[in-house]
Design a protein around this ligand. Sequence first.
Ligand SMILES: NC(=O)C1=CN([C@@H]2O[C@H](COP(=O)(O)OP(=O)(O)OC[C@H]3O[C@@H](n4cnc5c(N)ncnc54)[C@H](OP(=O)(O)O)[C@@H]3O)[C@@H](O)[C@H]2O)C=CC1
Ligand SMILES: N[C@@H](CCC(=O)N[C@@H](CSC=O)C(=O)NCC(=O)O)C(=O)O
Ligand SMILES: [Zn+2]
Ligand SMILES: [Zn+2]
Length: 376
Amino acid sequence: MSSTIGKTITCKAAIAWAPSEPLSIEEVEVAPPKAHEVRIKILYTGCCHTDAYTISGKDPEGNFPVICGHEGGGIVESIGESVTTVKVGDHVIPLYTAECQKCKFCISGRTNLCSSVRTTQGMGLMPDGTTRFRARGKDILHYMGTSTFSQYTVVADVSLVAIDKSVSLDKACLLGCGITTGYGAAVKTVKVENGSVCAIFGAGCVGLSVIQGCVLNGAKTIIAIDTNDTKRSWADMFGATHFVNPIDIGNKSIDEYLVDSFDGGVDYAFDCTGNVGVMEQALIWGKLCVIGVAAAGQKLSFKPFLVVTGRQVVGTAFGGIKGRSELPDLVQLWQNGQLKVSEYITHERKLAQINEAFEAMESGNCIRTVIDMRTA
Ligand SMILES: NC(=O)C1=CN([C@@H]2O[C@H](COP(=O)(O)OP(=O)(O)OC[C@H]3O[C@@H](n4cnc5c(N)ncnc54)[C@H](OP(=O)(O)O)[C@@H]3O)[C@@H](O)[C@H]2O)C=CC1
Ligand SMILES: N[C@@H](CCC(=O)N[C@@H](CSC=O)C(=O)NCC(=O)O)C(=O)O
Ligand SMILES: [Zn+2]
Ligand SMILES: [Zn+2]
C-alpha cells in the first residue's frame, strides 16, 4: 500500500497566479481524494492552445490562481470512498469531458457533454464545491476538471479513463485533447462519408487530426488551409490531398477560391483556428463543424439565407467522444497503426521549462510539446 494514501502530498506544479503571467513552478499541497474522487500521479502532459487561451486572460471562464493542463497521462495513486471506476496503479487519462453514464445527456445517445460535474468544473472546483490544491497558504483552483500541470492532481471519478498499461503515457497523454478532438470531429460528430470533399481550416494538432479522421473515413479530397506555409508538409504527412495558403490565392477570398476550384464548394468544412472570420468564410456549402475556441466576446454571424439554402453549422467538444466508453477504442486504433499519435510531438520539456512550451506554441513550428512531469 502506498505510504501517501490518505495524506496530503506536497509536489511541484505550474501555477497561473494571474492572467498573462508566466506559470510559476512551485510547491503545491494536494489533499487526498474525497468520496468519488481519484488522485493521480501525472507523468506527462501536453500543452494545448486552450491552456494558452485561459492563461492569457481571454477566457471569460478563466479564474485565478489556477493549475491548468488537460492533456495528461498518469497513474492512480489513491482513490476516495465509493470509487469503482478505477483502482490504484491503473494507467489513466484525465477527461475534461466527464462521462457519468447516468445523466440525461449521457443516456441521450446524442452528445458527449455530461452534466454531472459541469457547474463546479466550470468554477474550477471539485463536485463538492471545494479545491484540493493549496499553495502559499491559498486555495488554488482546478482547471477543466483535470489540472494536469501538477505532479499530482485530483479528479472526479467520472473524469478519467483507464487505458492499457502497455501503452506509453508520454504519447497517450495527447489523446486527452487535441488528437481525439480532431479525429472525433470528422468520424463521430460529422461522420465524413466515403468520397467526400473536406476542407480543414488550420493544420495544427486539431486540424491534422481532422485530416486523419477524413482519411480513415475515405474522404476523396482533403484540403488543408493554413496561413503558415510550414504546415504544408505536416498536412501532406497526415494525408491531405491539397494545401492552400490563403495568402497565395491573389484577389479571391478563400471561400470563392474553394467554390471555384472544387466544383461549387466542399461537403464538410472544419474550423480549427478559433477565428470567427475564418468560420464565416468556411460556411461554403454542406456542413461546417466549429472546433476552434474563439476569443471572449467574439460572435459568429452569417445570413440566414445561407442555412435556408442548406448549409449547416455544428460544433464539437472533444470530438463528440465519450471518454470513458470510447477513448480506449482510439488507443486501440493507435496501437493497430491506424491512428498517428507520436508524430505530433515536436517538442519535449521538463516541468521546470513549461513556459517554453507556450513560447514554442507562438513560434508557429510546434505541433505539440509534451512535458515530462516526473521531475521539476
Ligand atoms: N472544441 C474542442 O474540443 C477543442 C478546441 N480546441 C481549439 O482548437 C483550435 C486549434 O487548436 P490547435 O490545433 O492546438 O491550434 P494551432 O495553433 O496549433 O493550429 C491552428 C493553425 O491554424 C493556423 N491559422 C491561424 N490563423 C489562420 C487563418 N486565418 N487561416 C488559416 N489558418 C490559420 C495557425 O497558423 P500559425 O502556426 O501561424 O499560428 C495554425 O497552423 C484552438 O482554438 C483550440 O483552442 C482545441 C482542442 C479541443
Ligand atoms: N471557456 C471558454 C470555452 C472553452 C471551450 O470551448 N472549451 C472546450 C474544450 S477546448 C479544449 O481544448 C470545450 O469543449 N468545452 C466543453 C465544455 O463542456 O465546457 C469560453 O468561454 O470562451
Ligand atoms: Zn485542449
Ligand atoms: Zn453524464
